[in-house]
Design a protein around this ligand. Structure first.
Ligand SMILES: *[C@@H]1O[C@H](CO)[C@@H](O)[C@H](O)[C@H]1NC(C)=O
Ligand SMILES: *[C@@H]1O[C@H](CO)[C@@H](O)[C@H](O)[C@H]1NC(C)=O
Ligand SMILES: *[C@@H]1O[C@H](CO)[C@@H](O)[C@H](O)[C@H]1NC(C)=O
Ligand SMILES: *[C@@H]1O[C@H](CO)[C@@H](O)[C@H](O)[C@H]1NC(C)=O
Ligand SMILES: *[C@@H]1O[C@H](CO)[C@@H](O)[C@H](O)[C@H]1NC(C)=O
Length: 191
């Protein structure tokens, strides 16, 4: 880079008598290391087999939570991404569960929100088979190739094992192109 890059904060600039002038301001969104941007959030697949509770703990240990699904736009984006990062992987734990609920209401453990968008798999839900929700893809061997249907929600016993998907929000930064009498430099400020 031709321009020396320094971190500059608008307030500091003011304190030093406006030596720096903000030439332009922009917002950028990035995902933490190892996470991929999918449908305006950051996702990570962990292929190791764990039960729901262990999967939840793993996501928390990396400042994330288990996957929640908001709407069809999000589900479609996830289904386009999954075969790319985890080919032939049929099942993943999500944050969805009805643990401790008397009624069959499902909640996303990671966001605390009730799950209203519930794209059930064929024959689902089967509340008697467990309290937790996975994203499961049925496969189709009738055709010559192995064809995987899109992943949809399926009830599973929380103590059983499956890989899982962690999510974390996009990190939004404001970048400023700062200008002083002899140099440009760029600032990254958490929003
Ligand atoms: C990213 O993944 C690699 C390989 O699994 C791991 O060694 C590294 O610690 C991870 N980085 C972060 C920031 O979690
Ligand atoms: C789905 O949710 C995303 C994120 O909140 C939003 O941007 C999008 O418009 C929603 N799509 C539909 C079809 O509701
Ligand atoms: C889940 O599996 C465990 C161990 O097999 C069993 O004890 C438990 O009753 C099952 N829970 C449900 C809700 O089926
Ligand atoms: C399996 O694939 C074949 C050919 O693509 C299709 O005709 C059939 O309906 C599929 N079966 C199921 C259960 O999806
Ligand atoms: C302008 O920025 C350059 C590079 O960071 C620095 O060396 C110089 O002292 C600055 N000039 C003023 C007037 O602040």
């Amino acid at each position: 880079m031709l321009w020396p890059k320094l971190v500059c904060f608008a307030l500091v600039s003011l304190a030093f008598g406006q030596l720096y002038q903000v030439a332009s301001e922009d917002t950028i969104s990035v995902c933490p290391t190892n996470f991929t941007r999918v449908a305006d959030k950051c996702l990570l697949v962990d292929g190791s087999w764990k039960n729901f509770y262990e999967s939840d703990r793993h996501c928390r240990s990396i400042n994330a939570g288990l996957l929640s699904i908001k709407n069809q736009t999000e589900l479609n984006a996830i289904n386009q991404w999954l075969p790319v990062v985890a080919q032939y992987q049929l099942e993943f734990w999500t944050a969805g569960n009805k643990l401790g609920q008397v009624r069959d209401d499902y909640y996303w453990q990671s966001t605390g929100e009730q799950a209203f968008y519930l794209p059930w798999n064929t024959g689902q839900p089967t509340p008697a088979s467990g309290d937790c929700l996975t994203l499961l893809a049925n496969y189709n061997l009738t055709s010559e190739a192995f064809v995987m249907d899109p992943h949809r929600l399926t009830v599973k016993n929380c103590t059983q094992w499956a890989p899982h998907i962690c999510q974390t929000p996009l990190q939004v930064f404001k970048t400023q192109l700062c200008l002083n009498t002899s140099a440009f430099f760029e600032a990254k400020i958490p929003v």
